[in-house]
Structures are given as C-alpha cells and as structure tokens.
Design a protein around this ligand. Structure first.
Ligand SMILES: C[S@@+](CC[C@H](N)C(=O)[O-])C[C@H]1O[C@@H](n2cnc3c(N)ncnc32)[C@H](O)[C@@H]1O
Length: 256
C-alpha cells in the first residue's frame, strides 16, 4: 500500500479497497463508490481493462479477472468505514443495480420501506446530455439506450444529513477518459456533497480511478476538502493527477 499525499487532509492510496477502508473505521461522512464490478463479459469492453471482481462468491466465473474480493465485501467494508448517519452513494448499471439494492436492503436495512433507521434510501442517476442540451444516446444498446447510469443512495443507521438536492442529475459525458475508462462526470458529486457533507468532513472514494467525487469536494470546499481515494493500480493515480491538474487549469481559465 502506498499513500500519496495530495495536499493537507487529502490522499490517494494505491492499495486494495477493502484493506484500506479498514483503516478508516467509522470516520467517513460519505463514501462514493464506483466499484470495479464484473457484469458478465464486462472486462475488455467499454474501456474496462483494470481488475474487475464478482458480485459474490457464487457469481459465474465469466467476465472478471480478480477473484480476491467481491462487490459485496466492498459494500460491507464501506459500512464499517462510515460514521453513523453517513451516506453511501454508488454508481451502478442495469446488471448491478438490483443486486446492489437487494444486498443493501438485506444487510443495512430498507429505509425506503420502513421510514426509520437506515439502509437503502433511493435510486437516482445521471443523465448525459450533448453540448446542445439534448439527451446523449451514445450509450451502447439496441434494446433502448440509457445515456447515463443509475446511482444508489443508502445511509448507515438514522441520519440527520438531509438535502432537497436531486438524486437525479444531468451532466455532460466526460470527453477525456484519461486512458483509464469508465470516467464519470464531476458535477453530480458536487451537488450531492454540498447537500450531505460539510467542509472538513472526510469522504472516501474506493475504486477511485480518476476520483471525480474527490475533485468535486475540492472544487466546492478548496483547502477544507478532506478525502482519501483508493485504487489498486498506480495507473489510476496517474490518471487522477492528470484530471486534477486539468480541473485546476479549467477553474483558473474560467476565473480570467
Ligand atoms: C469503475 S472504475 C472507477 C472509475 C472512476 N469512477 C472514474 O471516474 O475515473 C473502478 C476502479 O476500481 C479499481 N479497482 C479494481 N479492483 C480494486 C481493488 N481491489 N481495490 C481498489 N481498487 C480496485 C480499478 O483499478 C478501477 O480504477
């Protein structure tokens, strides 16, 4: 495990997600997870060339390259790393979504049904638009395109972190993939972090890649942002550094 210091209170750890999450037990106000899930035949497509792992130990062997951890275990490690009332916000797709919701309902609770305690709260999502504002239908799919992705919201036990910010956001599809693949836009995370996390509170970004949630926290809270990104590949850290530099340049140019 190598910890790269980005700035005061901000690190990018190159190491395993589960091992590293264990270092932060009960500390995170929010965790933003875009897991390296292994939908069958996902590896090698859609720019996915990093380790992917099965949802659980029973998943069919086809389509993943790393059997050392499962998505279920990552979710459970996220639970332990959250403080009471902290939020888990997970990107998903059509395959992952029902599995994710079922697991969280079973293990964390189902607050969407019970209206008390914690657990699964709701499904939101991100809809991609083109530069003219119309929906981007470039997502592959001959049985309807989605032009975006669903996002699952859950919290650990009861929470007083509340916001009327929309769980459904609109964003443009990131143009650059930083040679990493599955790169997500920053702006939806800005909305959710502003609603649910205060400055100086810790956010965790396991399976971080270019870590758009961390960049969102920095763009909102500047030096008061606190985050730990975690990815098991040094190449992901390099991609993050490049994206962060581009963001700094973009913000400087906008202020001129
Ligand atoms: C879906 S991608 C994240 C992309 C990110 N949302 C972005 O916008 O750049 C999942 C990431 O999980 C990482 N990963 C795979 N197995 C991991 C593990 N065991 N521990 C930590 N990271 C892992 C991959 O290297 C990959 O960068």
């Amino acid at each position: 495990m190598t910890t790269h210091e980005i700035a005061d209170g901000r690190v990018y750890v190159v190491g395993d997600a589960i091992e590293t999450l264990q270092e932060y037990e009960g500390e995170a106000a929010a965790i933003f997870l875009d897991d390296a899930w292994a939908r069958p035949r996902r590896y090698g497509h859609f720019g996915v060339e990093y380790d992917t792992h099965p949802f659980n130990d029973e998943q069919d062997a086809e389509g993943y390259v790393d059997t050392s951890i499962t998505t279920k275990e990552v979710i459970d490690a996220c639970y332990d790393a959250l403080m009471d009332g902290g939020w888990l916000i997970c990107d998903a797709d059509d395959w992952l979504l029902p599995r994710l919701i079922t697991h969280i309902q079973d293990e964390w609770g189902d607050v969407a049904q019970s209206y008390k305690g914690g657990g699964y709260r709701k499904v939101g999502g991100v809809t991609y638009t083109k530069s003219d504002g119309t929906p981007d239908r470039s997502t592959a799919g001959m049985y309807l395109s989605t032009g975006g992705y669903p996002v699952v919201f859950a919290h650990k036990n009861e929470t007083d972190r509340q916001t009327a910010e929309s769980a459904r956001q609109i964003a443009s599809n990131p143009r650059d993939d930083y040679d990493w693949g599955s790169v997500k836009p920053i702006s939806p995370y800005e909305s959710w972090i502003e609603g649910l996390v205060d400055p100086e509170e810790l956010i965790l970004v396991p399976c971080a890649g270019t870590a758009p949630a961390a960049l969102a926290a920095e763009s909102l809270y500047g030096d008061d942002a606190r985050y730990a990104c975690i990815d098991n590949e040094e190449g992901a850290y390099e991609a993050f550094k490049q994206r962060r530099q581009d963001e700094i340049t973009r913000v400087r140019q906008e202020s001129l």
